[in-house]
Every structure is written in structure tokens, then in C-alpha cells.
Design a binder for this molecule. Structure first.
Ligand SMILES: *Cc1c(COP(=O)(O)O)cnc(C)c1O
Length: 423
């Protein structure tokens, strides 16, 4: 998939006069197009709902756009629940898929009427104790263990992951929940991350549908929904082919007709909790080259750092880079593109072939729309950047201001020295 910046060099210069770099830019029309495509891909299932994984991009303005296409929120913390609540997304439009959950978060989720998706069998008693009685609708997260395989090999390693109930615990758990008065049941599983393949959801769906039929038969639990969770990936590399959500929807439809319909379960709703697929390609980090350094390697220093986008430093993740105004120039220079943290892993690219970069050039770091700004931290006292929305009419809207030193020092306002900061 070719990687195109959302803006030209001229537009970046214009924006930067008002909102200095680095900044995140989200493309409204592409977000809308994709959300519509997801909705259509699963329109064969009347109960379908995408619960956007809030942790990927917790910006209320963006989540409200998705909500226009019927999306709810998948939350896993108190503040994610609070955010959803504050923009009017509540009740069964919220899936609370948490783990190692504090008591007060379950209580808050229950007050909002969120669907609680349990991560562990011991949480049945934990939740009952907190709430007095269990909600009528509950879901459990499944982890079959072992490895998750697709036709191109092993995709992920559920046996090593901390999440979910074992198969045996699923059967015990649904029996216990039913005895305790739960009426409506869901099944959830997240078995592989960032899958760039149209096979993942259909393979996962078949496994969950088969389990659902057995669970319903053996425990009598009335399964109302199956939640395929997240894990649908995006092509970070320019030579990778993007997932085709229509084909994915059709693949799930096919196994639905094969497994659930013959078992008399043709009214089960399909839920998803995609984060990366909904937002990843539609956010770009725009940063400016402020230094060049020629030592044992060739370095370009930019004004963003791992605080703004952590994935390259944390996972060695590839993020494509375009130099604005040099889109068609030959990539005949080999650079490390670095941020300013006192950490040698603070590099957006290593040994990357790019056009010759001059100080003042704008670099667009692609596919940063999910697990990008949100993962930011404040190491070295570096501040998180603004988030901007590129509207359909070409205008730019500030949807999160940049942090200031005052934000950074706010939690020290209990100390005497605070006044000396002169904030
Ligand atoms: C992170 C997460 C998601 C979203 O994952 P993506 O890979 O961004 O699609 C969905 N559900 C749960 C429970 C998660 O933890």
C-alpha cells in the first residue's frame, strides 16, 4: 500500500504557524470512509457492533465521529469509562474488557450499565461481592492456550498471555454465572495482534462459534453475542497489502452460516473491539528536522521523540516516513532519524533510505493514529504534542492542545517549591 501524507509541505507550514510541530494530524474523511466500510462489511448481522478500543486513541472528538457509525466504546480503565460517559456513550454501548481490575472500576462500569467482560473465573465472586448481585448480561474472555496458527504459520502465543479463562474454566464459569442469575451471555477472545491477513477473524470466529454451541448445549447459558475483539492489523510497511474488511466480514459470515445457524443460534450478534484498524492509518505525526549530525552514522534530529510516538523505541516497530516536498525525490541517503530523549532507542528510523533531508524539512510519520499519541509518557520531562483534526473541508481543528510545563508540574502543586516555578 503506498503511503501518502494527508498534507503538502505548504499546508504543513501553514498549520505549523498556528500549531507548532510536532503535532498529530487525523484525517476525518478517511476515518469516516473506513468506519462506513466496517459497518457495511458486517451489515449481514443485525446485532453487529464495533466497540472502538478507547485505549488506541482516547480522543473524544474522534470517538464521537465513530459513534455516528454506530460504534460504542471498549474500555479497560476508570478514565476510559469516564471519557465515554462524558461524551454520552453509556449502557450497552460500552464493553468493559479489563483485566486485573480494581473493585472501583467494576463498580463504575456497572453504574454506567456497561457490559462487563470478565477476564478471570475468580472475578465472578469479586464482582458479585462489589455489586451485591451480578448484572443480567455478562461476558467472559476465552484463552485456549497453545499457539494461534493461520495458513502462513504461527501468529501469536495465547498460552503465554495473561488474559482469559481456560476452556475448562469457560464451562465451569458459565454454569456458575447461570446459577447466579445471569441471563444473557457473551464470549470474547483476543488471540493475535496486528494480523495483516483476512483470515484472522474468520479462524477466530470459527473457534468461538464452535465453543459457543458447546457452551450453550452443556451449560444452558443463552449466548447472545460473540466478541471477536481487536487484532485486525494495518500494513505499516509500504509493500504490505492492507486487510480487506469486506472479505473479512464475508469470511465471518461464512463460518456463522456453517456453525451457528445449523445449531439454531442464527440470532447471535457479532461484536468487534478494533482499535488499530479503525484509526491507525488515519493519524500521522508531523515533525520538523531541527538538526543533522555526521559522526559514525548520519543522523537527522527531529522535534518529536519517543514521548510522542513510542512504538519504534518500544517494539522496534516500523513507521514509514515521508519528507514533505520531497515525495518524489530519490531515497539515496541513509539516516537514523532520532528524537531528543537521553535514550539511544529514541529513533523513529534506523538505517532508513530517505531523500536528502535539510534542516527545516517536515517529516510525516505514518500510521500513528492508534497506540500512538495515547502511549506517550513524560520521560525527560518531554511534553506530549497537540492533536489536530483535518476536516473534510480542509480546515484544521485543534482536538487536544499540546501539554505545557504547567501540566507537567501540576502534580507537584502540593510542594512548597511549586510557587517558584512561576507558572
Ligand atoms: C488493545 C485491545 C483491543 C484493540 O486492539 P487493536 O489491536 O488495536 O485492534 C481490543 N480489545 C482489548 C480487550 C484490548 O486490550
Amino acid at each position: 500500500m503506498s503511503k501518502t501524507p494527508f498534507i503538502t509541505k505548504e499546508k504543513a507550514e501553514k498549520i505549523a504557524r498556528i500549531y507548532p510541530t510536532p503535532f498529530y494530524l487525523y484525517d476525518e474523511s478517511r476515518i469516516r470512509e473506513n468506519a462506513q466500510a466496517v459497518k457495511e462489511a458486517f451489515s449481514w448481522n443485525p446485532g453487529f457492533k464495533e466497540y472502538f478500543a478507547v485505549k488506541a486513541t482516547p480522543n473524544p472528538r474522534l470517538i464521537q465521529i465513530l459513534h455516528e457509525y454506530g460504534c460504542g466504546c471498549d474500555c479497560s480503565s476508570l478514565t476510559e469509562l469516564m471519557l465515554s460517559n462524558a461524551i454520552g456513550i453509556k449502557g450497552e454501548d460500552i464493553m468493559f474488557s479489563s483485566n486485573d481490575t480494581p473493585a472501583e472500576e467494576y463498580a463504575y462500569a456497572a453504574r454506567m450499565g456497561a457490559i462487563i467482560n470478565l477476564d478471570d473465573i475468580t472475578h465472578i465472586d469479586f464482582v458479585e461481592e462489589i455489586l451485591g448481585r451480578l448484572p443480567e448480561t455478562m461476558s467472559c474472555r476465552y484463552n485456549p492456550g497453545g499457539v494461534f496458527k493461520m495458513s502462513n504459520g504461527i501468529m501469536d502465543n495465547p498460552g503465554d498471555s495473561k488474559y482469559g479463562f481456560t476452556t475448562e474454566q469457560m464451562f465451569d464459569g458459565y454454569g456458575i454465572l447461570k446459577d447466579k442469575g445471569v441471563k444473557n451471555f457473551g464470549i470474547h477472545a483476543f488471540l493475535a495482534s496486528n494480523t495483516v491477513s483476512n483470515e484472522y477473524y474468520p479462524i477466530l470466529a470459527k473457534e468461538l462459534f464452535t465453543l459457543a454451541v458447546k457452551l450453550e448445549k452443556e451449560t444452558g447459558a443463552d449466548i447472545k453475542f460473540i466478541n471477536l475483539s481487536g487484532g485486525v492489523g494495518i500494513p505499516y510497511m509500504p509493500d504490505q497489502e492492507a486487510n480487506d474488511i469486506k472479505a473479512i466480514g464475508e469470511g465471518v459470515h461464512k463460518v456463522y452460516d456453517e456453525v451457528l445457524v445449523p445449531a439454531g443460534m442464527g440470532d447471535v450478534a457479532i461484536y468487534t473491539e478494533m482499535g488499530r484498524f479503525m484509526m491507525g492509518p488515519y493519524g500521522q505525526l508531523v515533525t520538523k528536522a531541527i538538526h543533522e549530525k555526521h559522526t559514525h552514522k548520519e543522523y537527522i534530529g527531529v522535534d518529536a521523540c519517543a514521548v510522542n510516538l513510542m512504538r519504534p523505541a518500544m517494539y522496534g516497530a516500523y513507521h514509514h516516513i515521508t519528507v514533505l516536498g520531497k515525495e518524489n525525490a530519490p531515497c539515496d541517503h541513509k539516516y537514523d532519524v532520532t528524537g531528543s530523549l537521553c535514550e539511544n532507542n529514541d529513533k523513529f528510523a534506523i538505517d532508513r533510505m530517505l531523500p536528502k533531508i535539510d534542516k527545516g524539512d517536515y517529516l510525516v510519520i505514518h500510521d500513528a493514529g492508534a497506540h500512538g499519541h495515547a502511549m506517550g509518557y513524560n520521560y525527560n520531562g518531554k511534553l506530549k504534542s497537540a492533536e489536530l483534526l483535518l476536516r473534510e473541508d480542509g480546515s484544521v481543528e485543534l482536538i487536544r492542545r499540546a501539554e505545557t510545563p504547567k501540566d507537567y508540574f501540576a502534580t507537584l502543586d502540593c510542594l512548597d517549591f511549586y510557587d517558584n516555578l512561576g507558572l
